[in-house]
Each structure stands twice: as structure tokens, then as C-alpha cells.
Design a protein around this ligand. Structure first.
Ligand code: SF4
Length: 458
């Protein structure tokens, strides 16, 4: 591969992992069933829904998410606009059933429970919200967040994702978190009481002053009290954040790359010993309590993104085809509110995904799962070129197969245990081969190979 090819491939990987794809938890895994295919219009009828609450009380030192400190309380306006945009985007799609809803942010546990209820009512007014749909809310484990958990359940939430991040108060403080480890433990306890088996915790490694040993001890402590789902996050230094500046100026140091790699492996082993099954790069579950919402992203299903900065992928209604669009909503809340009030939604950008781009997303997202991509699943999106045909002849891919990082067999394509930790370095070879093979394909009904930006958002 030359450097241009590698750069292109990494761009494709980043595009597929675009913001808005946050990690959440929920329900039981079912075997691969036909979900939707690029060429089957009726399978454009199901989607998941992501709702973004953009406000936080303060900025964590490492965070580059789309969040704002509110100047005034505009919860009522925000609620009405979230409802209106939900209704508009559902009307613009071919979706007739929402299978999961995720309220992320920002800090959605700052929203009033009536906001959550109102958005869910809007969904139900437009489409079928399945009675067993997973409805997850991200919670900051502050006393205020904890006090509202019961009301959130009454509003329709049946799963909580709690941002614990650390059990060391000194670390929480230096990261700018607005809770203590004691409050986090109390929130986990209350969430488990309300939604037993449906509580996920987020925990972060690679933090300043963290060692592999202290991380192992901390994780073991957390596993003693947590429920059946854990999401691991490696702290990444994002340009423009306070932490980035502190590290640049030398007043804070973070563990080196080889140390964070060791922390990841230490966590995988610890979780495995405690009965947790890894089902995705960062996600672990006991008793099959996986995140249905995230599984729908990793399986390439449609999703609708509502709220400032949210992303979506769905087939629009009435534009004569089955081409999926990537939609991005306006980032800044005040501007987004004005746009929703004027035209029913705040879509800033619509891009028609070409066949190659769709396959890139299926590949990049699918290989995050330990099960990888089955032949049946791949053929939903690529009916004429199976996995063996696309990847089997590539010298670079063969090297990955021989090294044992990648597996291509009668089950499909997936990473080995070692390979999953190296996914970022495996993807470029696969993406280059995918591009080469796809561009050689005869024209199919949905292959345009082009990205089209639609300048006049509908
Ligand atoms: S609470 Fe979450 S979204 Fe808000 S600043 Fe902290 S990390 Fe970012």
C-alpha cells in the first residue's frame, strides 16, 4: 500500500466511526437475521434513534464532544425542538419501526424526565416504538442525576449507562468530573435496583498518573459492584482540550502507548476472569446483556440522529430509490433551535452514500465485533461479491491471515483475540482491497461509487 492509499483508508475508517456513534448498552443478542439490505426497500423500515442533549454543567478536561454550558434554562424550547425534529426526520425517512432509543450528550441526565417522555411520545405518534425497545439514558453519577432515575424509568427509560470513568477521587477531580467515586457507587446501586441487568458502566484507562497495577485493582473493585455491562474507554488526547494543553506544556503526563496497550490487555483478562464476555472492541457483557442500540450501529442498520450535532444514516422517503444518506445536524444549539423552529429540522448536511462507502462502513463497524462479519450479513450489502472474492486474493490480507490477526473462514471475516487489539492497523489493508475490488465491479442498481452532497437540505 502506498501512503495515499493508507491515508484514504484511514479517512474511510474515521468517516465510518464518525461522532454520534457513542457507546451504550442493552438486551439480548440474536443471531444474524436479515436486517435490511442496500437493495431491499422494505428493510429500510427499521431504525434506531439517537437523541443528543447538548448541555453540561461544566467541561471535563479531556472532552471534545459537542457540548455547551447553557447560558439560561431553555429546557422547554429544547424539548419542543427535539420533538419536532424527531417527527420531521421520521416523516422524511421510510422508517415505520424504532427498535431502540438512546439519549446521549452532553449530559442528558440534566434533562427533565418530562423531556424524555415527550420525545418518546413523539416517536410513538409517528411510528411503531416496539414494546420491548431498549431505551437508554446516559447518566452522570451526581446526586442530582441519581435523584431522577426513578422518574426517568416512569418516563420510559429501561436502561442506564453510567459515566463512572474512575473510582479514584483524585483522578476524577483532575479530569474535571463533577462527581465523586462514592456518588458513582451509589448511582450504580440505585440504577441496578430500578433496572436490574440493564445497567452499563463506562470506565476510562490511560489516565494521568495511572499504572497498569492501579488500573487492574480499580477495575476489579468496580466489577464487584457493577451490573452486567462494562464499556472501556481509552483516554485520548484531543486537540483544543484543557488536558491536551496540560500535556503539551509538560505539567501533566499520560501513560505511553505501550503502557495503555498493556492496560487494555489487563482489562480484557480481568473481565474474562470475572465472567464477562467481550463482544466488541470496548464492550463486555455477562448474561448476554449486550447493547442492542450499539449492535445496530455495528451491524450497519439504519439510525436517525436528532439534536445538535447528531449523525444519522437512513434511506429518505420518496427520492426514488434505496440509497442511504448520511445526515449531520447543526452543531450549535441556538442555531439548531432556530433552524428546527423555521423548517422542522436542523440538518446541516446530507450526503448520499455510494456503494463503496456503504461497504466501508459495514466493514469498519462489523470488525469491531468479536463475531465479525458473517457471509450472510456481508451479502446483504454486497450480493454479487462475497467476502472471499473481495479479500481472499490480496497479498496484504493474506499476510494478516497468516499472522493470525485476521480470520476468514466459513463463518466469515473477523479479528482474532490479538487482532482485535490491533484493529486500527488491520483496517487500511482491507479498505484498500475493498476499494480496488468494488471499483472493478460491474454496475449494480445501487452502485454509484460517488459521494453526493445535497446542497439544499430537505
Ligand atoms: S460530562 Fe461528558 S459531555 Fe460533558 S464535558 Fe464531561 S465528558 Fe464531555
Amino acid at each position: 500500500m502506498n501512503s495515499t492509499q493508507i491515508k484514504h483508508s484511514l479517512r474511510a475508517a474515521r468517516r465510518a466511526l464518525s461522532p454520534g456513534l457513542r457507546c451504550f448498552s442493552g438486551g439480548e443478542v440474536t443471531e444474524d437475521v436479515p436486517e435490511w439490505s442496500a437493495g431491499s426497500p422494505h428493510l429500510a423500515e427499521e431504525a434506531s434513534l439517537y437523541v443528543h442533549w447538548p448541555y453540561c454543567l461544566r467541561r471535563c478536561s479531556y472532552c471534545n464532544f459537542n457540548k455547551y454550558i447553557p447560558k439560561q434554562n431553555n429546557d422547554d424550547i429544547m424539548t419542543k425542538c427535539l420533538q419536532r425534529e424527531t417527527e420531521t426526520l421520521l416523516q422524511l425517512s421510510q422508517v415505520s419501526c424504532i427498535t431502540s432509543v438512546f439519549f446521549g450528550g452532553g449530559t442528558p441526565s440534566l434533562a427533565h424526565p418530562s423531556t424524555i417522555a415527550a420525545v418518546l411520545e413523539s416517536v410513538s405518534r409517528q411510528v411503531n416504538l416496539s414494546h420491548d425497545a431498549e431505551v437508554t439514558l446516559e447518566v452522570n453519577p451526581t446526586p442530582v442525576g441519581m435523584s431522577k432515575l426513578e422518574d426517568y424509568c416512569r418516563a420510559g427509560v429501561n436502561r442506564f449507562s453510567i459515566g463512572v470513568q474512575s473510582l479514584q477521587d483524585e483522578h476524577l477531580k483532575s479530569l474535571g468530573r463533577d462527581h465523586t467515586s462514592h456518588e458513582a457507587l451509589q448511582t450504580i446501586g440505585e440504577a441496578r435496583r430500578l433496572c436490574p441487568g440493564r445497567v452499563s458502566v463506562d470506565v476510562m484507562f490511560g489516565r494521568p498518573k495511572q499504572t497498569v497495577e492501579s488500573w487492574g485493582t480499580e477495575l476489579s473493585e468496580l466489577l464487584r459492584v457493577c451490573d452486567d455491562h462494562v464499556s472501556l474507554y481509552q483516554l485520548t488526547l484531543e486537540r483544543g482540550t484543557q488536558l491536551f494543553k496540560q500535556v503539551q506544556s509538560g505539567c501533566v503526563t499520560v501513560p505511553a502507548e505501550d503502557v495503555t496497550a498493556e492496560m487494555y490487555q489487563c482489562a480484557r483478562k480481568t473481565l474474562h476472569q470475572r465472567g464477562f464476555h467481550q463482544y466488541e472492541v470496548s464492550n463486555f457483557t455477562r448474561r448476554n446483556s449486550v447493547s442492542h442500540h450499539n449492535m445496530s450501529y455495528w451491524r450497519g442498520k439504519q439510525y436517525i440522529g436528532v439534536g445538535p450535532g447528531a449523525h444519522g444514516r437512513f434511506v429518505p422517503l420518496g427520492e426514488g430509490g434505496v440509497v442511504r444518506e448520511a445526515r449531520t445536524q447543526t452543531l450549535e444549539p441556538d442555531v439548531w433551535i432556530r433552524e428546527v423552529q423555521q423548517r422542522g429540522h436542523g440538518t446541516r448536511r446530507r450526503i448520499q452514500l455510494g456503494h463503496l462507502e456503504l461497504l466501508e462502513e459495514v466493514l469498519v463497524m462489523g470488525l469491531r465485533m468479536t463475531k465479525g462479519i458473517s457471509h450472510k450479513h456481508w451479502e446483504l450489502f454486497s450480493p454479487t461479491q462475497g467476502l472471499h472474492k473481495v479479500f481472499g486474493a490480496s497479498v496484504d490480507v493474506q499476510e494478516l491471515l497468516q499472522s493470525g490477526q485476521l480470520i476468514l473462514d466459513d463463518r466469515g471475516l473477523r479479528c482474532s483475540w490479538d487482532g482485535l487489539a490491533l484493529l486500527d492497523s488491520i483496517l487500511p489493508a482491507l479498505l484498500v482491497e475493498l476499494e480496488r475490488q468494488t471499483l472493478q465491479m460491474p454496475h449494480t442498481q445501487f452502485a454509484d461509487g460517488q459521494t453526493k452532497t445535497i446542497s439544499n437540505p430537505r
